[in-house]
Ligand binder design. Structure first.
Ligand SMILES: [Zn+2]
Length: 361
């Protein structure tokens, strides 16, 4: 779980002044909104909730919701516990039916709450790639060996009383919700954090909900994606011209967070390329690998634009950095990083907990 304070990982470039923070709120606050709702309001009828460990024991993904004239569209289904929290928040604001829950991708912290939305009258929506990824990893649901849901449910009470529900309204490129007042375009921009990521773009308000294509802090899990393609996909996200960016984890921000996320992957790929790929894999020894990973970590930490994306060695099992290095090395060379101190099993699991991929053990 990411034990971070909401301000803790705001780097220098993303630190918002009071004026800039005020600018992030598009439009006036409607009268009668209670304090809690005001905190989530991003624009008229558009809300963003930053997932906190304190919300429920384990619900940490960010959520958004848009109140259309006749229904509510929710961005990300969260875990079941998080889904209940968000449904409660929406119910405090409106009686409109919560008709759609959009999974930005297949990970547990964004999609395992689908069943809760179904029980409350909603339909899970996602890019076709979400279901393709679920077929790959949620083998238990598809009648094969136990998969991620079964593994994650060992450590989560809310999964024990629910079940996986893949999205049943699917789109291959985009899907538009538009009632004349609000418009939300769900779009698959390419491979990034997973092979099935999609974002929600509100062209009228210039608000972008990115899912985990962009995060704001040390939350990048890279095991299911491709960091090279991720950089390209972020280029397309940047071209939308967002004024407000609601990320998948961490505080909401402005367009700079897309640059920062992209700069992190560019620098990581550059550093791994120059520090590790020149040595033949069989010559990379365990101690050398560890030292090189730490020197790459120090190099990236020294860059103020991207320092907040680099996890700390002290974070223990939440330290995703070695597995990020190993993934990039694999992408650049086609080889596993020999001598990585984490065994492959641990490397795959490191930092995955916040994405609902592993148990608490
Ligand atoms: Zn994820």
């Amino acid at each position: 779980m990411c034990k971070v304070n909401r301000r803790e990982f705001l780097g220098a470039s993303a630190l918002l002044t009071v004026a800039a923070e005020a600018e992030l709120l598009a439009g006036p606050i409607p009268p009668g909104l209670d304090e809690a709702a005001k905190e989530d309001l991003v624009a008229s009828d558009v809300y963003f909730h930053e997932g906190q460990v304190s919300d429920t024991a384990d619900a940490v993904c960010n959520n958004g919701w848009i109140m259309f004239e006749d229904y509510v569209l929710v961005i990300d289904a969260n875990f079941p516990a998080g889904a209940k929290l968000i449904i409660g928040k929406i119910r405090a604001l409106t009686d409109k039916p919560i008709r759609f829950a959009f999974d930005t991708h297949h990970h547990g912290d964004h999609a395992y709450g689908n069943q809760i939305f179904v029980e409350n009258g909603g339909v899970p929506v996602g890019h076709t790639g979400v279901v393709e990824e679920m077929k790959r990893y949620e083998t238990g649901y598809y009648g094969k060996a136990p998969g991620r849901w079964e593994e994650a449910s060992k450590g989560r009470a809310d999964l024990k009383t629910s079940k996986l529900k893949p999205p049943s309204v699917l789109f291959s490129k985009d899907l538009i919700f538009d009632d004349g007042k609000h418009r939300v375009e769900l779009m698959h921009l390419g491979v990034a954090h997973t092979h099935g990521d999609a974002v929600a773009w509100l062209p009228n308000e210039r608000i972008l909900f990115t899912g985990d294509v962009c995060v704001n802090g040390p939350y990048n899990f890279v095991g299911d994606g491709d960091t090279g393609k991720w950089v390209d996909t972020l280029d397309l996200a940047k071209k939308l011209g967002a004024k407000i960016v609601c990320t998948g984890h961490g505080p909401r921000s402005n367009a700079a967070v897309l640059d920062d996320q992209q700069a992190f992957f560019r620098a990581l790929r550059e550093q791994v390329g120059s520090a590790l790929t020149k040595v033949p894999p069989e010559q990379v020894k365990s101690e050398q690998t560890k030292a090189k990973i730490e020197s790459i970590r120090a190099m990236l930490k020294s860059n103020a634009q991207i320092a907040r994306y680099v996890s700390d060695a002290a974070a223990g099992s939440d330290d995703g950095f070695p597995s990020q290095v190993a993934k990039v090395y694999d992408e650049l060379t086609g080889n596993k990083l020999a001598g990585l101190l984490h065994d492959p099993h641990l490397a795959r699991h490191a930092h995955a907990r916040s994405h609902g991929l592993v148990t608490a053990s």
